[in-house]
Structures are given as structure tokens and as C-alpha cells.
Design a protein around this ligand. Structure first.
Ligand code: FES
Length: 621
């Protein structure tokens, strides 16, 4: 008997998908290309995926414990705990949506000598005669002899060679990727040569289209990583590959289709056809790299944390479903070890830490915090499980950095001032506002060094009354600070900083700061020896240095030593697209960087506990 198919329509988009009866609403949102919040990847344990059933039959279990009375009356259910049984109409509320976020595409300005791996050479060869009966391919090889020695040719290209060669009187453009001919174009097409660099982040994916002869960037496009609907951190996604049937394929297909969309958009914007793109380079953390290449990431998450491979890998793009020229290739940057991947290699390459005389500390704060410390003599790196708090997840009113997110908070003696992205009425807060809020409350001792939020009657007398009155004993969240009253928010509810949010922040910043302390101890250096702190990635580029120091997320080092370096991972991917020499340097960085596994560090637990305290900032104004 044919299985029943049901139409599920999501509002307010009005987007419909047909799914089999028994499919969860969570899976249906994924099919519809709508990304909703999830920390547990659909396991039913985070309570983030609330949707409202407008009509239709369903089977539900286990939603109740995450829903209050008002939500239940409105028809709310958890999408991952609700199975479709008939045609349905579903509303996805603002609070459950993962918004397209502010994505950082800018990186360091780099000056490099162009030497792309893909070259186009316009050749005119001599016509064959009875006296010169060399084969067509021999003529091409002879024409290329100063550039490459007898490059390989795929059989399909060879089959088309005779006609291509004769079409334009024995003149053709040869497309060479290292030691392989990957294209033969008629006429002189050597003036245009295209490639794309990708930064595949756990949360965001950014692509950059470049003209390789000039190095010029033609277009940039980005998307939220659609794997997010399987969980917002790498561990949840790895678990999905282990537990779900075809789990690895699910995640692989999602990232490939996202990259293909980006490639289409880049090509459209630049007015070119994707078949003229002959190479892409990619960087990402170890898990993203494995999922993109459809390699099993299982053992990265299990002691002793080993990936399938560390070195760079070059594969034919079509073998993994990437839509560029059919003979085009993908160069995936090498990684370091454990969770420290090609994105960290890219950060080192872009910041030139491996050539620097100065002792530098570079940090890319995401769901995983990647930390690197060193200079030309020695570099050590580690990864810390910071969790998604700084991306707005697991925070009571947290959200990604998108329209309506509070991104800045200042508490003066007169007011609590906030700024939202896009100037919209506030919906929640993103990571920078979380840091600001905690720093501001720390400065007034409303949050103590141990992270306790004081009750209203415990707050020092020096604190103005209007601030004191914002501290409440909330019936659900207990001691909380009202950042924005419900009368001024988009949802009509108060936007709060709760005691639990402070604890989540302590765990996240404690993990990062502990990594910093351990790297310092391995290199036998102190804060005073660090000459530059480099902040990479989206979050790092939007945080305010002094506020981050007040929370202990950044070391208490003079602010002038702290620099923002933009999307350095993306910059690194572009550098290896444009230069063979830098590709070789990246391989060397990957081999020479020492990986420190914090999980086996004897001191880690103690250092981590100490790092959860909120310090006094001595170098702040
Ligand atoms: S509870 Fe549904 S995604 Fe977490």
C-alpha cells in the first residue's frame, strides 16, 4: 500500500512541502528550507523548536514540559516531538526562528604574489603535415613544455580535442590545474580565469569569487549553514551521523546544496557561467571539513580524537556534488589535529603568525573557540568547547546577530541604553550584548566575581534606584535583570539577563580562558610577554575589548595590543586560491603547529574552574 503523503504549510511564508505521514514537523521544516532553533538537533531535550499548530492532525509526545499554559492554549508543540498525520498548517513564531545573521565577510588586507594553481594558456600549434605527423596531444604537450611536463588529460577532454583544435585554426586555450589539463576552450579565453574560496563555518558559510589572473574579488555571498537544523554545535552533528540512518549523507547533502546556491549567486552577481569556474578552495574546522567531504567524523569526538586525515586533499568537484566546471577541482585546506582544523591554519596563514617575531595570541570565538599562540619559532593550538552561548543559544533571550537583536548595552547613571541590529524593536540579545550586560553589571557589583547575581536588597547603596528596580525575582528564572521591559520589546515580553545566563557565560568564557592559560604555560610565557592579541571571526570582530576583559573572556592586556582581524579564515582560503606558494606554506603550518589536547591536560579541570571567575579589569579605563 502506498504511504500517505501530507501537505504541510508553514506560515507566514506560506511555504508548503509534501511529507510522509509520520514525518516530524522538525524534519518538515528542514525539507521546506526553514531553519528553526535547536540545540539538541531534534532530540527533544532543548525545548527550542516550538511551533504552533493552526490546523491538521498530529501525534505528539513530550512537548508539555517545555510549554507554559499560555503556549499550550495557543496550540504550541515541539516540532521535533510532533509527527504529521494529515495535511497541516503550522505557524513558526519569531522566537523559534533562526534568523539570517550578520555575517562577517571582510578579512585582512593581504598583499600576495599571484600564482594561482589554475592557469589558462592560449596556444597556437603548428598544423599537422605529412612531414610532421605528431598527434594532436603531442602538439599540445610540446606547446606547454615550458610550463608543465606532459600533463594528464581526462579521456572526455581528449575525445573532444581534435574538433576543438581545428575549430579555430589550431588555436586553443588550455586550462591547466597543476599537472592536469582540465579544460580546452576554443579561441583566446586566457584573460578570464575564475575560482571560488569558501569558509565553511559551523554557523555560517561564506564564498568569494575571484578572477585569478588579477586576484580581483568579483562577488561575495553567504548563507547560514543549513546543517544547523541538525544541531548548533559540532558534537550534536557528529552524533547525528552516528545515530540517524543516512545521518552523514543528510549533513553532507545540506552543506553541498548550500555551497552550490552560493556558487550560483556568486556567478550571477559577476555575470559569468559556473562552468568557467575551475577550482574552489575550502577551509573549515575539522568536523565541517569531514562532513563536506562526506568523511565519517565519528572518531574526532572519541578519545584520542582522531580525524580521517590531516593533510590537504584535492578532489574532482563533481565527485562530491559541487557544480562548477565538470573537471574543476576542490582543494580542501589541511587541518592540525583534533577539532583544530583548516580554519585555524588559515588564520595563522592570514595573520602571518608563522613569520612573526612578535609573540601573538589569536582567537576565533565560535561554538568552538580555536586558540593559537606563538611566533616564527613555535606555535601551539587548541580548541575549547565554548558552546553556543556567544551565538545567542542557551541564553534565555539569546538570538543570533540579526535584525532585532540587541547588540550593545551601556548602563549609565541615568539609563540602560541599548542598540539593536537594523534599528528594529528588540527581540532578544546576541553575544556581544550578553558580554556588555554582564560587564556592566559586574562594574556595579550587581554580579559578583563568583558570578552570583545579587538580589535587589543585597545590591550596594551606590547603585542608582532605577537600576536596582530592574533586578527582579522572576517566578521562573529567579534573580534576573530586566534589560528591556515588555512594553518596549517586539514580543511584548521582558528581555532578561538571568542568573542561568550568567552561569552559561561563565562556562563559555571559562573554557576559552582556560585554553589561553594552558597555552601560556606550555610556552612558559605570561600576559606581559604577549605582544599582540588577534581577534578573528564574526563574534571577535564585534565585541568591545574592555567589556570582554571585564568578563574575563579576553586577557587583561592593554587594549592597544588587541586587534580585530576580520574573517581571517576566509582570507586564508582566498590566499591559497591565489597562490601556490601560500598553499605550500599552509601545508607547512599544518605540519608544524603543535596541537594541545585540553581533555588530557592534567591541569585543565582546575584551570577551568579558576577561569570561571569574573576578574577586576586592571587595564580598563
Ligand atoms: S527540543 Fe526540539 S530541537 Fe531540541
Amino acid at each position: 500500500m502506498a504511504e500517505k503523503r501530507c501537505k504541510v504549510t508553514f506560515e507566514p511564508e506560506g511555504r508548503s512541502v509534501y511529507v510522509l505521514s509520520g514525518t516530524t514537523l522538525y524534519e518538515a521544516t528542514g525539507e521546506a528550507g526553514i531553519i528553526i532553533k535547536s540545540e539538541c538537533g531534534g532530540a527533544g531535550t532543548c525545548g527550542n523548536c516550538k511551533v504552533v499548530v493552526i490546523s491538521g492532525d498530529f501525534e505528539e509526545s513530550g512537548s508539555d514540559r517545555f510549554l507554559n499554559e499560555k503556549e499550550m492554549k495557543a496550540g504550541a508543540v515541539l516540532a521535533c516531538r510532533t509527527k504529521v498525520k494529515s495535511d497541516m498548517m503550522i505557524e513558526i513564531p519569531l522566537s523559534s526562528r533562526l534568523f539570517e545573521q550578520k555575517i562577517l565577510t571582510e578579512g585582512l588586507d593581504t598583499h600576495l604574489k599571484l600564482s594561482p594553481n589554475v592557469q589558462k594558456i592560449y596556444l597556437t600549434v603548428e598544423k599537422p603535415t605529412l612531414e610532421d605527423p605528431r598527434s594532436d596531444l603531442d602538439r599540445i604537450w610540446d606547446g606547454l613544455k615550458n610550463i608543465s611536463s606532459d600533463p594528464q588529460v581526462p579521456i572526455d577532454i581528449l575525445r573532444r580535442l581534435p574538433e576543438k583544435l581545428r575549430k579555430d585554426d589550431y588555436s586553443v586555450t588550455i586550462v591547466l590545474n597543476a599537472d592536469e589539463i582540465v579544460g580546452i576552450e576554443t579561441g583566446d579565453k586566457s584573460a578570464t580565469n575564475y575560482g571560488v574560496a569558501f569558509d565553511i563555518g559551523t554557523t555560517t558559510v561564506v564564498g568569494y569569487l575571484h578572477e585569478l589572473n588579477t586576484g580581483k574579488q568579483l562577488s561575495v555571498a553567504s548563507r547560514t549553514n543549513p546543517q544547523t537544523s541538525y544541531g548548533d554545535d559540532v558534537i550534536t552533528r557528529i552524533n547525528h551521523t552516528n545515530t540517524a540512518k543516512d545521518g552523514l549523507n543528510d549533513l553532507h547533502v545540506r552543506i553541498i546544496s548550500c555551497m552550490n546556491e552560493i556558487i550560483d549567486e556568486l556567478a550571477d552577481d559577476a555575470g559569468i557561467e559556473t562552468k568557467f569556474i575551475y577550482e574552489i578552495t575550502t577551509t573549515g574546522n575539522t568536523t565541517m571539513n569531514h562532513l563536506f567531504l562526506k568523511l565519517n567524523p565519528k572518531y574526532i569526538a572519541l578519545n584520542p580524537y582522531v580525524g580521517v586525515m590531516r593533510s590537504n586533499i584535492d578532489v574532482r568537484a563533481k565527485e562530491i556534488g559541487i557544480n562548477i566546471n565538470r573537471y574543476g577541482k576542490v582543494h580542501s585546506m589541511p587541518s592540525i589535529a583534533g577539532f583544530v582544523g583548516g580554519d585555524t591554519v588559515a588564520v595563522i596563514l592570514a595573520s602571518e603568525m608563522h613569520k612573526s617575531d612578535k609573540l601573538q595570541f589569536a582567537i576565533d570565538i565560535g561554538t568552538n573557540g580555536e586558540l593559537v599562540m606563538g611566533n616564527r619559532d613555535r606555535i601551539v593550538a587548541c580548541s575549547t568547547a565554548a558552546g553556543p552561548a556567544f551565538e545567542g543559544a542557551r541564553i534565555t533571550h539569546g538570538m543570533r546577530a540579526s535584525d532585532g537583536a540587541i547588540e550593545k548595552v551601556i548602563i549609565t547613571d541615568e539609563d540602560v541604553e541599548i542598540n539593536t541590529i537594523g534599528g528594529a524593536k528588540p527581540i532578544g540579545m546576541c553575544g556581544t550584548a550578553l558580554i556588555d550586560s554582564i560587564a556592566e553589571l559586574r562594574k556595579r557589583n550587581i554580579i559578583t566575581t563568583t558570578g552570583k547575581m545579587l538580589k535587589r536588597d543585597e545590591i550596594p547603596d551606590t547603585v542608582p534606584d532605577f537600576i536596582r528596580e530592574r533586578v527582579i525575582d522572576h517566578e521562573k528564572y529567579r534573580t534576573s535583570f530586566i534589560l528591556v521591559p515588555g512594553s518596549k520589546s517586539q514580543t511584548g515580553n521582558d528581555i532578561l539577563i538571568t542568573q542561568k545566563d550568567v552561569r552559561e557565560t561563565q562556562l563559555a568564557k571559562g573554557a576559552i580562558f582556560a585554553g589561553y592559560q594552558i597555552l601560556k604555560s606550555i610556552l612558559c610565557v605570561t600576559d606581559d610577554d604577549i605582544q599582540e592579541v588577534l581577534l578573528a571571526g564574526a563574534f571577535g570582530n564585534y565585541i568591545r575589548k574592555e567589556q570582554a576583559k571585564w568578563t574575563g573572556l579576553l586577557p587583561d592586556i592593554p587594549s592597544e595590543k588587541i586587534q580585530f582581524i576580520g574573517n581571517a579564515a576566509g582570507t586564508g582560503a582566498k590566499m591559497v586560491l591565489l597562490s601556490k606558494e601560500l598553499r605550500a606554506e599552509a601545508a607547512e603550518i599544518s605540519r608544524n603547529t603543535e596541537y594541545i589536547e585540553l581533555a588530557v591536560s592534567l591541569d585543565f579541570q582546575k584551570v577551568f574552574t579558576d577561569s570561571m571567575f569574573f576578574p577586576e579589569c586592571l587595564t580598563c579605563e
